[in-house]
Design a protein around this ligand. Sequence first.
Ligand SMILES: Nc1ncnc2c1ncn2[C@@H]1O[C@H](COP(=O)(O)OP(=O)(O)OP(=O)(O)O)[C@@H](O)[C@H]1O
Ligand SMILES: [Mg+2]
Length: 263
Amino acid sequence: MTRIYTLVNQKGGVGKTTTAINLGAYLARFGQRVLIVDLDPQANASSSLGVDKNAVEGSIYDALINEMPVSTLTLHNERLNLSILPSSPALAGAEVELVNELARETRLKNALDEVRGKYDYILIDCPPSLGLLTVNGLVAARDGVIIPVQCEYLALEGLGQLTETIERVRVALYPDLKVRGVVLTMFDSRTNLGNDVIKEVNRHFPKQAFHSIVPRNIRLAEAPSYGLPVAAYAPSSPGAYAYEMLARELLRGDGVKVSVAKS
Ligand SMILES: Nc1ncnc2c1ncn2[C@@H]1O[C@H](COP(=O)(O)OP(=O)(O)OP(=O)(O)O)[C@@H](O)[C@H]1O
Ligand SMILES: [Mg+2]
């Protein structure tokens, strides 16, 4: 059974990509077949896994606009046991190009149907906007959205707008769309702010915040420049530990039995 989750928050720099990559990497270590879908023209998820967006032969753009099969566009990293559907600079134009297309909101969902049986988890990394690309990400989120929230002042600003968008997609396009969980990121135990944000998030999304909280950890910021998830770059760092715990929590919640992580 394939589970599809979409990482979404229109606020920039909150940890969507970091969560997609590192959660995905740990799910893979726990024996899951994982595909990361880079739905952001910035292509940070692609570059975080060492894929050069300017050098890819095909990208998610070709799946969305040219209806090329996703299976012909994905790249597989043997060492990490992780697949990626990369992004490319052309994707920046897709938002506009999609406007006049038929079934413009369901393109990604339909494209992913082809590869669904091949993976246990598909994680979709959205751009920081609520445009048509993100709407495609929401419609494709069969098993729900995961919302990273940065533990900082004004963290919840914009979440109302995100909730409204999710509601609109639910009403118009995908009635079963749900929030799978909220991930608190960049927690800094030295300030009181983080604890305030945790309280606020628990108030806004009762019972939906994951217990695993991601601390601010420099190793998480360094790993992408080596094209590696933190699990491979600094496995004993606090950031790695947090994402391992998050992966375990997600698997447990999904009723998936965890095998021993491969090193
Ligand atoms: N827990 C963390 N500790 C330290 N740095 C982090 C952490 N999480 C993310 N970062 C860094 O913060 C920056 C923003 O993170 P990331 O790219 O994951 O956010 P994003 O929500 O995907 O951003 P965008 O909206 O631009 O796509 C990156 O430089 C990343 O390496
Ligand atoms: Mg990102």
